[in-house]
Design a protein around this ligand. Structure first.
Ligand code: NAD
Length: 454
């Protein structure tokens, strides 16, 4: 089992050990880069066919509004120059501004980010946030970068893309491996060129008028939707057994919240290993978080048995939280899932073939565009407050209100049309986007008819 560490030296040392297993991060990167697009396409194709959208509307809704790719030459700590690829994809400007995360990860490429930007548009439409979807990132492996290198990458990235950002254009937020500190660096870089404006980025630290920590907002939202669904079925979360796939910022936070609500966390995985509780009591999440902070992995947690990460999926649980990244539930491992509910806390965690397997096995999937929309709602509330434009009151209550409304609509569509919750969610989102497109197209044609536009 590899000795892991969060330090740069530890990470590099552990890399040597990974060679015996193959570098799992790189393997995951290669796999995920191909699948995010396929997952997004499968949802889009189903929903657009269901709604009977014309080919031209389909093409309009699918094609990104703007794709920016930049090269970032960075002087590394050892004095050598290294080139990194950076991207910002803006999916749709039917509503402005556009909003979406920035991730630093080895799997980052145009195809993955375009799929995530598109999904952000559907998410916004589902929870009635009037923004377009965007997503950006830098292809790098933060495990092997110092803080100084990460800061220089961020500064160069914003120097290259700042012209397409802005408080009324496109507003970044944190995603995988980017923190509120990275958002503060972005704010500074943007301010150096355009003047100070807190509304140019969200997920900032509190002292910079940040409102809700995005992974906490996403976890709170996920716990809220899960609890609402379970209650709707006449049950309670108390005593339910939960397995967690992915123990990063989102997964660990959500596990903590659910354990506080009386759930028993029976198994947890990260990209390297899994653990399962040794009978009886569930895993203490607060202790596990400390263990991961010190060692870099869930492996070797003293109170649990270390197992292969995939075994966590087949553990004896009622609920599986999928909080890792795209396509971590595959057609193959979906067959092993014993839980009754899969909660898509991550974006697009279920590969397209796997959706059918889960449906056949009677497993309810609470869909990503509903479950993790809390962070997008939080970002929108932060942006409106930063502008002094509108105060929506208590952000947590406002988030719950919007999620509850969207949940009710999804349930109704699912029941009325005999669809899974995921299919229902995507058809609602796409229907709203198509209606918005029709409204804009109508204005465009009228302007052209009067000679005022095209
Ligand atoms: P993170 O990098 O902090 O955590 C990811 C975790 O998943 C890590 O523990 C990693 O080891 C694990 N992992 C990766 N592949 C795995 C696999 N195949 N099996 C098991 N574990 C695996 O990332 P995060 O910020 O927690 O984000 C996770 C997901 O949530 C992403 O899809 C992200 O887009 C989404 N999300 C994040 C935020 C946020 O603010 N951080 C908000 C909303 C949604």
């Amino acid at each position: 089992m590899p000795a892991l560490s969060h330090t740069r030296e530890g990470a590099q040392a552990s890399r040597v050990n990974f060679e015996t297993k193959g570098d799992v991060m790189e393997m995951a990167a290669a796999k995920n880069a191909n699948t995010a697009r396929q997952i997004a396409d499968a949802h889009f194709d189903f929903a657009s066919d269901f709604l009977g959208l014309s080919d031209s509307v389909k093409a309009f809704l699918k094609t990104p509004f703007r794709v920016v790719q930049v090269t970032l030459p960075i002087t590394m700590d050892d004095g050598l120059l290294q080139l990194f690829a950076g991207y910002r994809i803006q999916h749709n400007d039917l509503h402005t501004p556009m909003m979406g995360g920035i991730r630093y990860h080895p799997a980052v490429d145009e195809s993955e980010l375009a799929a995530l930007a598109e999904t952000t548009s559907w998410k916004a439409a589902l929870v009635r946030i009037p923004v377009g979807g965007a997503m950006g990132g830098v292809r790098c492996d933060p495990r092997f970068l110092s803080k100084g290198e990460l800061r220089r990458i961020t500064q160069k990235y914003i120097a290259r893309i700042h012209r397409v950002l802005g408080p009324h254009e496109d507003i970044p937020a944190p995603d995988m491996n980017t923190s509120s500190e990275v958002m503060a660096w972005i704010l500074q870089e943007y301010a150096d060129r355009h003047g100070p404006n807190l509304a140019c980025v969200t997920g900032k630290p509190g002292y910079l008028e940040g409102l809700m920590n995005p992974h906490e907002a996403a976890s709170m939202g996920a716990a809220f939707v899960l609890s609402k669904h379970v209650n709707e079925l006449g049950h309670s979360l108390k005593g339910m057994k939960v397995a967690v796939q992915g123990f990063g910022r989102l997964g660990s936070n959500l596990a903590l919240m659910l354990s506080r609500q009386g759930c028993e966390i029976v198994a947890v995985s990260d990209i390297y290993w899994g653990i399962k509780s040794r009978g009886g009591a569930g895993i203490s999440i607060a202790d596990l978080i400390r263990h991961v902070e010190e060692s870099g992995s869930v492996a070797d947690f003293p109170e649990a048995e270390t197992i292969d990460r995939e075994e966590v999926l087949s553990s004896d649980s009622d609920i599986l939280i999928s909080a890792a990244m795209e396509c971590t539930i595959t057609e193959e491992n979906a067959r092993k899932i014993k839980a009754r509910f899969v909660v898509e806390a991550a974006n697009m965690p279920t590969c397209s073939g796997a959706d059918e397997v889960l449906e056949e096995n009677g497993i309810t999937v609470l869909p990503d565009i509903l479950v993790n929309a809390g962070s997008l709602i939080g970002a929108y509330l932060e942006w409106t407050r930063n502008q002094g434009a509108q105060n929506h009151g208590n952000p947590e209550l406002e988030t719950d209100k919007r999620l509850a409304a969207a949940y009710t609509e999804v349930m109704k569509r699912a029941v009325d049309k005999g669809l899974s919750l995921k299919k229902a969610a995507y058809t609602i989102a796409l229907e709203r986007m198509a209606a918005e497109e029709a409204k804009h197209n109508n204005w465009r044609s009228r302007a052209a008819w009067t000679g005022g536009g095209q």
